[in-house]
Design a protein around this ligand. Structure first.
Ligand SMILES: Nc1ncnc2c1ncn2[C@@H]1O[C@H](COP(=O)(O)OP(=O)(O)OP(=O)(O)O)[C@@H](O)[C@H]1O
Ligand SMILES: [Mg+2]
Length: 418
């Protein structure tokens, strides 16, 4: 029996990605039968290799010229008188003369696609792998199928990994946006506390000077004690607010569920909040009013979420709804109103301004992170995104926005369960 074989030193080249399985990696390095072999040689060849699905056949140049399928051979050769008829005849009588050939470095994916198209032919005949047209090994249809399947699994795993990485990236981006939001929120109370502390420091220094000079009068002392009391109250309120924001940030960032809940009266809480915002609100000509019912609205929820939501909505109205520079009628007589009421186990919190409204073209984007029309003035576009998350995730409620000429401004309606 003549057997052709060839040792090739193969190095992977080409543009296939490293993760793709290529034929060389799943090839069985069976020796091929030469074209002058007889059927009896083919019988011995198959006996020696019980796993082989087919026998590759090559010419004297080692070029693949055919393939003998085991099933086809067995049916013809092992039938009655088959062995007697064929044993001394050339293997070419059993051969498929159009063997499928592929390159050592062709990817399983590439070949599987061809496989799909000519399924029957290829499954029966297996694949001869050639490089530069020469035989170097054999790949059965089954081996190809198996590795195509493995590759699909690998791709699925890679997809899952990529998805995880994406989720992680989104989480990090969300965390980043929260940090920016906190910096933004904390800025005002800290600024107010710093101003109040430095005023106190200046006045105390003046007091000491007067005391040393023996010019301290009772009226000055009274004035100073009032200042101390007002300033420390202001410092305390604003540092507590900053502290609350940071605590809220931590609870949202670390664990949404640990957002501290408290039972409190909503109207009173909102009034305290607006009072604590007075140092900021006084910079705007438009008044901010609270309409709350006489009956108390007792809620058990996260107070810091409520204060963050109201702060953002009120400041947005003051910053975006009125053209402060134009001094228009609408701007001068504008106002912002917070309305609270309770219906059938739900709280309605409405923030309405009488400003210029929000254009229809952008109203659908205002809750998107980083969407702002005031980037040139330092807007981060995170305010309403944070509001949206707080309403849905912390209050378990819903938020809607309306803005049209009939309304004469913008109205945010938040409804959440008690
Ligand atoms: N009451 C309002 N009237 C008119 N436009 C508004 C009003 N509230 C929000 N907007 C629009 O929605 C956009 C998004 O608001 P958002 O609070 O998310 O960001 P921002 O206020 O621009 O920036 P920041 O992150 O500093 O709050 C604003 O840039 C503005 O165009
Ligand atoms: Mg804002």
């Amino acid at each position: 029996m003549k057997v052709a074989s060839r040792n090739l030193s193969l190095t992977k080249a080409g543009s296939e990605s490293d993760s793709a399985i290529y034929l060389g990696a799943i090839m069985a390095p069976y020796p091929a039968l030469s074209d002058d072999a007889l059927c009896i040689d083919a019988e011995s060849w198959l006996k020696l290799r019980p796993d082989a699905a087919a026998i590759p056949v090559v010419d004297s140049e080692n070029s693949p010229i055919g393939i003998i399928s085991r099933t086809h051979f067995q049916i013809k050769y092992l039938q009655l008188y088959g062995r007697d008829i064929y044993r001394h005849r050339s293997v070419s009588v059993m051969m498929d003369h159009t063997p499928f050939t592929a390159d050592y470095f062709d990817s399983v994916a590439q070949v599987s696609t061809l496989f799909e198209r000519n399924r029957n032919h290829l499954i029966e005949n297996g694949i001869l792998v050639t490089q530069e047209g020469l035989y170097c090994g054999f790949v059965s249809g089954l081996a190809l199928l198996k590795s195509a399947l493995a590759e699909v699994k690998l791709t699925k795993k890679q997809l899952e990994q990529a998805q995880q990485a994406l989720i992680q990236r989104e989480k990090m981006a969300y965390l980043g946006s929260l940090v920016a939001g906190v910096a933004h929120e904390v800025n005002t109370p800290i600024g107010i506390a710093v101003t109040a502390a430095s005023t106190l420091q200046d006045e105390a220094a003046k007091l000491v000077d007067l005391l040393r000079a023996g010019q301290l009068k009772r009226s000055l002392l009274t004035h100073f004690s009032e200042l101390v009391s007002d300033s420390t109250a202001l410092i305390h309120a604003n540092l507590s607010r900053a502290n609350e924001i940071i605590r809220n940030f931590k609870s949202i960032a670390v664990d949404q569920t640990s957002n501290e809940l408290r039972t409190f009266e909503l109207g009173e809480y909102c009034q305290q909040l607006l009072d604590s915002m007075k140092p900021t609100l006084c910079h705007y000509p438009q008044p901010v009013r609270l309409n709350s019912p006489h009956q108390p609205i007792v809620v058990t929820t996260s107070p810091s979420a409520i204060s963050q939501i109201i702060t953002n909505l009120v400041l947005n109205a003051l910053e975006h709804a009125f053209d402060s520079e134009s001094g228009s009628e609408q701007s001068r007589h504008g106002s912002v109103e917070i309305t609270l009421f309770e219906t059938k186990g739900s709280i309605h919190l409405i923030c309405q301004d009488s400003g210029k409204g929000i254009e229809e073209a952008i109203i659908g984007n205002i809750f998107d992170p980083f969407f702002t029309t005031l980037r040139h003035r330092g807007g981060s576009g995170l305010g309403l995104h944070i509001v949206y998350n707080l309403v849905t995730d912390v209050l378990h409620g819903e938020i809607a926005v309306e803005s049209n000429s009939a309304l004469g401004g913008t109205r945010f309606t938040i409804i959440f369960p008690i």
